[in-house]
Design a protein around this ligand. Structure first.
Ligand SMILES: NC(=O)c1ccc[n+]([C@@H]2O[C@H](COP(=O)([O-])OP(=O)(O)OC[C@H]3O[C@@H](n4cnc5c(N)ncnc54)[C@H](O)[C@@H]3O)[C@@H](O)[C@H]2O)c1
Length: 435
């Protein structure tokens, strides 16, 4: 039976390598579409959790996962020999930056080293990890060709970027249109057939490089526009204008404007990282990606800017950062999720500790944090009598389930970096982007 026929008949067995924020929801979608799915992850804890029917990703429905495991259509393993029996594999491993802010593609390479002798004819591999244009062809294809396979004939290779937006209640894997580009037209056709079983709209593009570039454009677009919003916030502070009011008013224009908001800095595994994959690649072609560099500078400086705001407003109250007691509200990189990767809250805490302030934080999604030799636990609850003891409260993440009225009524100084107090004013309330 051809691979396309096997996919259409749900006879193909699917593997998802890397069961994190991207991989686990994808694996679940495949089970929903009627496939038998095996997840492969080096993290034994995740493997055991899944095999015990336990969900660890917010966006995944725990009951669906449990039922899939109980019905033997979802299992997990850290043993790559399982690849022998798979027909299609989606690779969803991390693609971070190294210390020099260059792409770290070691996770993709490690996967290929583990599966190179196990891939077989009539198989489809789709890379989902965000990476620089050329990666699929340069990093993965040689392994397959070394096995003697003819690409597009007896083996199929595609890139399809994940667009998942953790915490988004409207858009998930299945209703977000998905891009796919193969090494050959037949590769795209096979990949398209598979992803059409789980995603309503699959958009084929002409090559793996185009698909890789689409993802980088999307995230670079966000990084640059957030950089612009952050710079406009700083300009508004100098001009004594409220940036939030400016942006909301500009957003009433029904065409030609898209709303982006300023904040304490970028976070997550995508927006602060992906643009550097593109600029790194361009550097190798002797081209400087200047927009990316500039937005990167502005965005990474936002935690310093927040520190300056706190310092300035404490100073106005005849207080120093040194020795002040500060409450950080929200640690996750965005509201209502528990992901702290690259979160600006961590930078702000580090800067405050270096300035010898005493820090407490509150985040109901993040019970403790450990980074750069800093270990902190979230305060259990926000109490009226305790709030008054803080010299300042910095709102870094605007989680929904917080009693902001309590904060407003009991904190001596509030630095609001998310405009949660949109309709409030007061001498003790200072907004990022207002001056
Ligand atoms: N998180 C997002 O919102 C998001 C959105 C779009 C795209 N992406 C991209 O998707 C990719 C994965 O991101 P994520 O957020 O799911 O990462 P993650 O860290 O949540 O998950 C990655 C998983 O891969 C596993 N892993 C690492 N090396 C492995 C190996 N050699 N073999 C098997 N498993 C291995 C890890 O244990 C982990 O469970 C990245 O390239 C990221 O840029 C992420």
């Amino acid at each position: 039976m051809s691979l396309i026929k096997k996919i259409k008949n749900r006879k193909s067995k699917i593997g998802v390598i890397g069961l994190g924020y991207v991989g686990l929801p994808l694996a679940i979608e495949f089970t929903n579409a009627g496939f038998e799915v095996v997840g492969i992850d080096l993290d034994e804890k995740k493997v055991n959790q899944i095999n015990n029917g336990f969900n660890y990703i917010n966006d995944v429905d725990s009951n669906i996962l449990k039922n899939a495991v109980e019905n033997n259509i979802l299992s997990a393993s850290s043993d790559f020999s399982i690849v022998d029996n798979l027909d299609a594999i989606s690779i969803c491993v991390p693609t971070p930056l190294n210390k020099q802010k260059n792409p770290d593609i070691s996770y993709i390479v490690s996967v290929m080293d583990n599966i190179k002798h196990r891939v077989h004819k009539d198989m489809l591999i789709i890379l989902e990890s965000t990476t620089y244009p050329g990666s699929t062809r340069e990093l993965i294809l040689p392994y397959l060709e070394n096995n003697g396979f003819t690409i597009g004939v007896d083996f199929f290779l595609c890139f399809s970027p994940e667009r998942i937006d953790p915490g988004n209640e409207k858009y998930n894997t299945s209703n977000t249109p998905k891009i796919i580009g193969g090494i050959t037209e037949q590769c795209t056709k096979v990949g398209h057939t598979l992803y059409n079983t789980i995603v309503k709209t699959v958009i084929p593009v002409s090559s793996t490089e185009t698909a890789e570039m689409v993802k980088l454009l999307e995230n670079t677009f966000r990084a640059i526009n957030i950089g612009l919003a952050n710079e406009v916030a700083i300009m508004c502070e100098k001009l004594g204008i409220n940036v939030w009011e400016v942006i909301e008013a500009a957003a009433t224009k029904p065409f030609g404007f898209m709303k982006f908001l300023p904040g304490p800095g970028l976070g997550g595994h995508c927006i602060p990282i992906d643009p550097y994959y593109l600029s790194w690649k361009l550097k190798s072609l002797d081209y400087d990606a200047r927009f990316i560099q500039l937005a990167g500078e502005i965005n990474t400086n936002m935690p310093n800017h927040v520190l300056n705001l706190v310092s300035m407003h404490l100073n106005n109250q005849h207080k120093l950062l040194n020795g002040s007691k500060i409450l950080i509200l929200g640690i996750a990189y965005k509201k209502d999720i528990n992901d702290i990767r690259e979160s600006p809250a961590l930078d702000i805490i580090q800067l405050l500790i270096e300035a010898k302030a005493t820090i407490n934080y509150y985040d109901m999604y993040v019970p403790n944090i450990n980074f750069n030799k800093i270990s902190l636990k979230s305060v259990k609850s926000l109490k009226k009598e305790k709030l008054n003891n803080y010299d300042a409260c910095i709102i870094v993440t605007d989680h929904s389930n917080v009693d902001y009225e309590l904060i407003y009524n009991n904190c001596q100084l509030i630095i609001d970096t998310r405009n949660v107090f949109k309709n409030k004013s007061g001498n003790h309330l200072k907004r990022l982007g207002q001056g």
